[in-house]
Design a binder for this molecule. Structure first.
Ligand SMILES: [Zn+2]
Ligand SMILES: [Zn+2]
Length: 265
């Protein structure tokens, strides 16, 4: 299985989850035109995409989902809450292309067992997704203000992760956002900071299974690829993990164009 970001951040999110020659789109938060351009740049044939998974109803995750579903004639997978929050913005979708899913209940598409995991975010019924080929597992964890013990235990079985590193805590504190937005971003229903991502990886690394991580959903105002990477590597180094695979297989994803392929094995 391979996971590739087409775009990652508050200006738009979309990931390709590829398994055995078929792909799923996870979120489609860019215009249809941008998504097709990113697919071309990433050398992904749109014809291999068999469905679109949505994490939650915020625009940066769904703005192109209706167009893509209509254009490629492919189904959507989303929670009832996300459907409620997004149906007007998605436009007309035939009922038989809407698949309602529940946090904690697995389903199978493209030979992948897919687990929607509850996220902690200011949306109606947000989820993150874990993918299991039967041989290896990977997950995309973004738009969550914290990660529960239960989800953490589930993630410990993953070989590779896209993990949110939204903001540098000090940059957010001293930056230009209004106070209410600062509180929202830093809150338990906001976004994971660089430091939270680092601490989460330290906990996961103890199990030794996670060996590749792409940091994603970076804030344009309160973070940079360099700062996110520096914060996480500093935490790993301080814990004596410079020799571990995870230390050397760490990347911060670009906001507007495809990132490198994350091999899940
Ligand atoms: Zn988002
Ligand atoms: Zn969001």
């Amino acid at each position: 299985m391979e996971i590739q970001s087409l775009a990652s951040g508050s200006s738009g999110n979309a990931y390709i989850i590829k398994n055995r020659g078929r792909s799923l789109l996870l979120d489609a938060g860019l215009s249809g035109r941008r998504i097709f351009a990113c697919l071309k740049a990433a050398a992904v044939d749109p014809a291999e995409i068999t469905g679109i998974l949505l994490s939650h109803e915020h625009n940066d995750h769904i703005s192109g989902a209706g167009i893509l579903s209509r254009r490629l004639q492919i189904p959507l997978y989303l929670t009832a809450g996300t459907w409620l929050g997004s149906r007007e913005k998605l436009g007309p979708i035939p009922e038989d292309r809407i698949n309602l899913i529940s946090p904690g209940t697995a389903f199978t598409v493209n030979d992948l067992e897919i687990w929607p995991l509850p996220a902690s975010h200011d949306a109606i019924e947000p989820v993150n997704y874990l993918f299991n080929t039967g041989l290896s597992r990977g997950a995309v964890i973004t738009d969550t203000g914290c990660v529960s013990e239960g989800v953490l235990r589930t993630l410990a079985a993953c070989a590779a992760l896209v993990l949110e590193a939204n903001h540098d805590e000090e940059m957010l504190r001293s930056g230009p956002y209004p106070r209410s937005l600062k509180a929202r971003v830093a809150g338990v229903k906001g976004h994971l900071s660089n430091r939270q991502a680092a601490r989460l990886l330290l906990e996961l690394a103890g199990g030794g299974r996670v060996n590749r991580v792409h940091l994603g959903h970076l804030s344009v105002v309160n973070n940079s690829q360099e700062i996110a990477l520096a914060t996480v590597t500093a935490h790993l180094a301080a814990a004596g993990m410079e020799g571990e695979p995870i230390y050397h297989n760490l990347t911060a994803l670009p906001r507007h164009w495809p990132g490198p392929v994350l091999q899940v094995k």
